[in-house]
Design a protein around this ligand. Sequence first.
Ligand code: BGC
Length: 737
Amino acid sequence: MKFITDILRRSPSLLGFILLGFGTFFGTLCAEERPLYQDASQPIEKRVEDLLGRMTLEEKLSQIHGDSKFSTPAIPRLGIPVRWLSDGPHGVREDIGPHNWRPSGHTDDFATYMPSLCALASTWNLDLATAHGNVLGEESRKRGKDIILGPIADIVRTPLCGRVYEYFGEDPFLTARMTVNYVRGVQVNDVAACVKHFAGNNQELGRATIDMDMDERTLREIYLPPFDAAIKEADVLAVMGAYTKFRGEHCAYSDYLINKILKGEFGFQGLVMSDWGGTYSTREAVLGGLDLEMGTLIPGTEKERPYEDYYLAKPFMEGLKNGEYPMSLLDDKVRRNLRVMFATHAFDTDTRKVGSLNTRAHQATAQRIAEESMVLLKNDGAALPLDATKINSIAVIGENAVRHHATGLFGAGVKTMHEITPLEGIVQRVGTNMNVTYSVGYSERSGSNFVERAVTAARQADVAIVIAGLNHSRYLDDEGWDRKNLRLPYGQDELIQQVVKANPRTIIILIAGPAIEMDPWLKQVPAVLQAWYPGMEGGTALARVLFGDVNPSGKLTCTYPKQLMDSPAHALDTYPGTNGVLFYKEGLLVGYRWFDAKNIEPEFPFGFGLSYTTFEYSNLKLVAGIETNGPVVTAEFDIANTGQRAGAEVAQLYVHQENPSLSRPIKELKGFKKVSLKPGEKTTVSIPLDERAFAYYDPAKSGWVIEAGDFKIQIGASSRDIRLQDNFHLAKTTVEK
Ligand code: BGC
């Protein structure tokens, strides 16, 4: 031995040679022992096939259904980790279960409570959509979640829908843009986003049983584009099927929606999961394209079905064994599940992102979104912003001034470290310089003299601020239940009328999803601000808008009707369906498309929102594209801030076709841009339009027709405030599949 060490000491190169030999030997050995699927440098598809080939039948089946409320099991033999799913769109939900919906009581499941998606959309700021998704992605990773169940990419068809506050609005173009950026923000963090609820799900009432249908064009032009975009532009990894049926088939395993369109036409390679308890049949689920079954209940009860009895568990296994189903069907489902795991680096523990939770940066993003989302609906006589140097006292009124909204029911709730209420935000903003009183005014729980006391407080103050709106109680903004009307609950209409009589300087703040009927008091009050559910920093954001530290720049993403019956589904009496069947009679005329076509004056139109400054639009030029794959035309125009304050404007581009072969909505949103301008500043905005901006879907051709002819390009500050327009001629007709 001494002899060998002597030689080595004298001859280090020999040592190197020997070590190299050993290294190569062990390296080869390890490479042989380390299966290909464990090698992060291999392409995903190779890894999927390699792992799939090593799995037993039982192991494969274990990966296509839940083994708790929100997980699928580990397979230690193969190093497959537990996979965790979690709601939801507004923050990583608190841990529950594992086998029931009760909070688990963990102490490490707090998360940033973001503004709701209706707020995010109202910013019309796509960078903020990415930032919102990024918060969800980073926090999911830190909390060990692999798939986050959001965003909702459905379209607001009726303002009564209990989940409109979780939607991006009534327009497919805007919803698609928001969805794409949100998904990208999530998925850069090695977390899968899951767009839901595919497709055409627009009401909570009867959601488990309703069988809906619409004409093919409406499906293609209104309800599918956000999902299509999420797949083609953001590579979304998961899709959740809706509870509802579509043309007689459950959406989560509708052969038409899932196999033909989603996986066929759109080329979706990720996994399709059921909504919780949304699977009812093995055969249909197997054949209809469902890849992951979650939350199945014992039929007719609210009790969790034993996991081995899930439709895609034992009953599927029996069918595979007796030859009812080919093994390729199972393999396809497992492949899709594995693909998502590899794409999110679930096996690459050394390099997988680790995420971060409850950071100051996340809270700052929540605040920024809240600030940019608030929509100033009315501001007579420059009632807002409030000048803190000229006000001595404020009466803050309303339950929503002190109510927390984070812990909503079902999927949209978040366990937050704090939630700054409007009252706290106002008190913090004004400090000790002002006398701020609070009176409840109205409440979910009835009480005596609420109105009287609020009126007295309002009378004694320089300014009254009523923090009105809804909450997540049943029949308000609540999953599983639609609203019954668009009125404010708990006698708020009466309260507001009384308060404004006592103090004409009354500001109304609405904490709610869209939309609210304001007829009883709108004319009497000088100012209304729609503040949505603004998240954990909402009170601070609100105070900053009220006192002018922030100039409001949000715009509506849903039309506010003067009365419910003005909106399409209700005017045509196609809500909530008859005997469980619902046909979308309004077709393409959803939201502003309906109000335009029927010439109905909305209370507030789609795209509307005021500012503390003013903007002037000028100089529209349409620059025809010359590159083959470039834009068909680019609209260029100037916007100038003509007021005294810095502010941001959302310029919207609508396309109108003259004499189309198939009738089309009068105008459709096809572009937008948000620009920030200092007082007196002017900038040139350019919005490029591709061929799709001009297309309609022709069912007879099963494709998108971009028809030669004349178009109007309209630039507006809202859908009803068109500031500039010009004609554009398309020379050639093309059809795209
Ligand atoms: C909702 C989904 C949610 C799921 C899990 C369902 O009731 O419709 O949006 O992701 O529950 O909580």
